[in-house]
Design a binder for this molecule. Structure first.
Ligand code: PHE
Length: 331
């Protein structure tokens, strides 16, 4: 008798594994726990057994029944959690199960806003390589080998420093090399922005990351002036931060522009610097092979993380890349 109950239990458990629908579960219940089931039969006939047997068979039989009922409930719950059987298959008014949706990263959202603003001002969008040649990252931008300005961009060099033409390679430290690449390949007029990832060999803190985005801008044409630079960036600032936004330019130095400036916006009572800019340096035109004396242009470079930090009141740049959902889900 005991052996029979044990075998029955194993069979019931095995059969339960193939149950998926409400009907499967009901059939299984009738078959193994119902009034006419083998187990009920055994328990009903207990009275015919002797005293000793009654005790053993009775307790094992009841224990098995309780265990099987528990297993049925657990399996049903588990299955209904995955395929929505049991109650929910009939009750269409129940709320659906939660599906977690992905979201765009705050930096992606900011990049899209920046793109949109410049596209509406007639700029095109270009990209360049993240693994860059020393030549484009520095030389073509009027930053020669021994120039102190190279200190401004502590560089991550590619281990094999030499590509097949014998040139040094690095992870670009800014998006400005794409200026040179575009001028080499395209005739003016040029109006382009270049969003992309940059890398610098430096310690991280709340305002510095070793990898970050930049958006470069370049306009080249006949008779472009500093007023065009100011007007373009003013329009951009208003589109990005609101039509009342005030901007301020101050002198700054970048080897590839002359004059060079930085631009700040007035935000919640403070001037906050958001980009570097200037008129394209004649040496840069010369190196890019632009001979036309009447050409002039302006360039600018900004950090979208910094812009997102200002707009959303974020106090630590490292939050963008630490993959904490509590942060990311707010955008
Ligand atoms: N490339 C500069 C930087 O990384 C920014 C810049 C771009 C400045 C274009 C002037 C013109 O700081």
């Amino acid at each position: 008798m005991i052996e029979k109950i044990e075998k029955l239990k194993i069979k019931a458990e095995n059969d339960l594994k193939s149950c998926v629908s409400d009907k499967d579960f009901e059939d299984w219940r009738v078959n193994y726990l119902g009034r006419k089931s083998e187990l009920s039969d055994i328990l009903k006939n207990i009275k015919n057994l002797d005293q000793e047997q009654k005790k053993v068979v009775g307790s094992l039989g009841n224990k098995t029944r309780i265990e099987l009922e528990g297993k049925l409930k657990d399996t049903k719950n588990r299955i209904s959690g995955t395929i929505g059987t049991s109650k929910s298959s009939e009750d269409y008014s129940l709320p659906s199960r939660h599906i977690s949706m992905g979201k765009l990263h705050p930096v992606t959202l900011t990049l899209r806003e920046i793109r949109k603003a410049f596209v509406s001002l007639g700029f095109q969008i270009a990209e360049g390589p993240e693994i860059e040649l020393d030549k484009y990252n520095f030389d073509m931008l009027n930053i020669p080998e021994d120039h102190p300005a190279r200190d401004m961009w502590d560089t991550m060099w590619i281990d094999e420093k030499i590509n097949k033409n014998g040139e040094k390679m690095l992870l670009r430290t800014h998006t400005s090399p794409v200026q040179a690449r575009i001028m080499e390949n395209q005739d003016p007029p040029i109006r382009v922005i270049v969003p992309g990832k940059c890398y610098r060999y430096e310690a991280t803190d709340s305002t510095h990351e070793w990898h970050f985005y930049q958006v470069e801008g370049l306009a080249v044409d006949k008779n472009l002036t500093f007023s065009d630079l100011k007007g373009t960036l003013y329009e951009f600032a208003k589109k990005m931060f609101g039509s009342e936004t005030k901007i301020r330019f101050r002198c700054d130095y970048f080897p590839f522009v002359e004059p060079g400036v930085d631009m700040s916006i007035y935000w919640e009572g403070k001037w906050l610097e958001i980009l570097g800019a200037g008129m394209v340096h004649p040496k840069v035109f010369e190196k890019a092979g632009y001979k036309d004396k009447n050409l002039s242009g302006f360039a600018f470079g900004m950090g979208p993380e910094r812009i997102a930090m200002i707009k959303h009141n974020i106090d630590d740049i490292r939050l963008f890349y630490s993959n904490d959902l509590r942060f990311l889900e707010q955008f």
